[in-house]
Design a protein around this ligand. Sequence first.
Ligand SMILES: [Zn+2]
Length: 377
Amino acid sequence: MRFQDIPGLESTKSQLIEAVKGNHVAHAQLFVGTEGSANLAMALAFSTYLNCEAPGETDACGACPSCVKNSKYIHPDVNFVFPSAATPKFKREDATSEKFLVEWRSFLTQTPYGNVSDWSNHFGWENKLLMIPRQESRNIIRALSLKSFEGKYKVMIIWQPELMNVNAANGILKILEEPPQDTIFLLVANDSNRLLTTILSRAQQLRIPSFSDENVRNVLIEKSSLSEEEISRIAYRANGNLRLALSEIEGSTNDTNDYFKDWMRQCFTYNFESLVKLADDFQKRGKEFQINVLSVASNYMRETMLKGVDAENISRLPDFEKGFIEKFAGVFIPEKIARISPSFDEAQYHVERNANPKILFLDLSLSIAQIARAKSN
Ligand SMILES: [Zn+2]
């Protein structure tokens, strides 16, 4: 991965490049970006740049031995730690990142904007709960105690530090604070609120902005043969989440928007029996679909809020969505949106961590129904 492989985000890229040129690269950095952002891709591109033998003004050269190895994620000085689960071959505590590097590399190549569920599916863990086990902190310390093999920097990329076992997190505090010379930690997270404050305080935070609609459109134009109108629709719905946009062109999320609208209609009418049926259906659809529905829900919440506070001029709403949002905003005034909106993000978080989707969906449906019907004052 190089900077040029990531659409847009020029100021983030140049900020990173300037740090290298000025020789003031922070030894522990936290790349925070929402799902479907470039947080992981940016860490990969940055680590390629750090060890490039002939770095250019705006990117790594792409041709030196170091760049070639980084393009295959096999550079001996770039280490990866990521969540995993037990396998028939390895018990939970022994299931550490180094055992799964082959699958990890193919995941990075195919799905650099993927989330934990994508990684879990890619490996074939399916519904197991992924985490970074305690043993991993010892592996990190061991890997970093070796001198760098060939690069200028030793890089340790920790993906999803939110999923670190507490003992694993505590185990790296000392080395995170005082790493060996020319060692760079890149922690790649979605939500810094879910990290231990002791980790947070030791890393310099870099917020990776979401992609713009234009960034997303450009990727879709390159990767699909869809019409311009269809591409604009998908980009709009994705709201900067490139993972969501890409899964939509693969056909896996085509009906999530309609599904969400239908769900909301059933919440308004408050038909308990049909909500139970829908919850059953939601359960059967599988995790990726569930996450996508909850993820588009967040977009609709945002649009409705903007409509409700008369900020339509900054809304990204295309014509084909106006009817639904107008009706929805009629029921869900801003005060009500503020109440239900966080529930969708919470639900997504729990689905990703294998909460029972049926119970969660039903629970969420009932609170939406109640809020919809509550008298506003
Ligand atoms: Zn190079």
